[in-house]
Design a protein around this ligand. Sequence first.
Ligand SMILES: [Zn+2]
Length: 163
Amino acid sequence: MSAILDDSRGAPRFIADRMLGTLTRYLRFMGYDTLSANSLQGGNAAEDTVLLRIAENEGRILLTRDRELARRGGKQAILITDEDPVTQIEQLAALRLIHPELIMSRCSICNTLLRPASAEEIQQASYAPADRTAFEFSWCDTCRRLYWMGSHGRSLRQRLRCE
Ligand SMILES: [Zn+2]
């Protein structure tokens, strides 16, 4: 496991199976580089093998609800035991793989690193809160989507017992 943890940020990177869409989004909100099987083309009978290969090639930890896939992944894989995403986060925290902290540094939809939004990007987003001075805004260049830590982020932080 130490080789996997030893990337430039010291943070593990993940790839999650199709059952773990919510966990994937939570991990991205926590800043963890997390790929999802949901962004692979569907209907590939050998998808498990594809996931294992990506995990191996990119030094990612494979997160799966599938016992057989976890077995095939060996030390590279973690069997996620509960179906509740909050409990799943707790499992990874208990394994000391993650530190639950909502930093909103990645797009929850596509995993791209966010950058500070420009005044123009904030201005043009009709869904941004009216009081724009109270928040820090970030931007996903891939989805062209604005992010900020609003009430949704705060309730998520409480649910996930983040610091
Ligand atoms: Zn995005």
